[in-house]
Design a protein around this ligand. Structure first.
Ligand code: B12
Length: 209
């Protein structure tokens, strides 16, 4: 098994120390930082995403794998030039106003990051105006809105309405336990995904469309 394949395996099994050590070893052996990310770290998260989608692994395993990936990223990130990674685009994500649930949103962020997106997480209880501000500041291609409460779902609609002037530049995807594809349609979102791995597919599809 090559060093990069071994790195992927340790991401999958969530061993942050091993991943960090292998990244350091790879750098010492002259492996390009971009190869470490694109051929070592991201493939590991991709496997975890696929397994999560079919219930072969669950939330804790995804969180542990993401932590291992981050341990490797922390070493290699300062050495990457912007053009080095297979940058997919910028995604701004947040949980809508009134809603404090962030476990699902964080998973979505990690999976997007694992898939090569630059993720700007603007947190929980985010009012529509703050999403607007983030769109103006970061110029993302994707905005992801999360809501876990039936009472806060309506704030997704308010956010989408406020982002109307930017709809030709940004695709909006939504998710959270109470969200349905029908609701996404009704409020004019571009996409919906039921879980974090599907969120990556959704973002990729939206950017390809
Ligand atoms: C953990 C939890 C909490 C924690 C949150 C901790 C945290 N840091 O997030 C705490 C204790 C703080 C909490 C508080 C409350 N909670 Co709560 N909570 C839950 C619980 C048990 C799990 C949610 C969770 O994390 N699931 C795991 C993650 C991985 O799943 P997920 O969030 O659905 O996310 C996945 C997908 O939905 C999707 N996704 C999520 N976001 C996005 C975004 C995008 C863009 C995309 C594409 C996809 C996507 O991908 C994710 C990963 O696969 C749920 C029950 C449940 N089964 O959902 C109740 C639940 C959501 N809570 C509920 C309630 C009522 C509350 C409170 C009002 C309780 C109270 N009386 O105080 C408060 C509200 C606080 C607030 N203002 O937000 C209700 C909501 C009922 C409703 N229909 O509105 C639920 C359903 C429990 C219940 N059966 O009554 N809660």
């Amino acid at each position: 098994m090559s060093l990069l394949e071994e790195m992927s395996e340790w991401v999958i099994s969530g061993n942050a120390n091993k991943v960090k050590a292998l990244v350091e070893q790879a750098l010492a052996e002259g492996v390009a930082p971009a190869s470490i990310v694109n051929e070592g770290l991201i493939p590991g998260m991709t496997v975890i995403g696929a397994k999560f989608k079919v219930n072969e692994v669950y939330v804790p395993e995804v969180l542990i794998a993401a932590r291992a990936m981050h341990a490797g990223m922390a070493v290699v990130k300062p050495l990457l030039s912007v053009s080095d990674t297979k940058e997919k685009g910028i995604a701004v994500i947040g949980t809508v106003k009134g809603d404090l649930h962030d476990i699902g949103k964080n998973l979505v962020g990690m999976m997007l990051e694992g898939a090569g997106y630059t993720v700007i997480d603007i947190g929980i209880d985010v009012p529509p105006e703050k999403f607007l501000q983030a769109v103006q500041e970061h110029k993302p291609q994707i905005v992801g809105l999360s809501a876990l409460l039936t009472t806060t779902m309506t704030n997704m609609k308010a956010t989408i309405e406020l982002l109307k002037p930017y709809r030709d530049q940004v695709k909006i995807m939504i998710g959270g336990a109470p969200i349905t594809p029908k609701f996404a349609d009704e409020i004019g979102a571009d996409g919906y995904a039921a879980d974090a791995a599907s969120a990556v597919d959704c973002a990729n599809n939206l950017l390809a469309s």
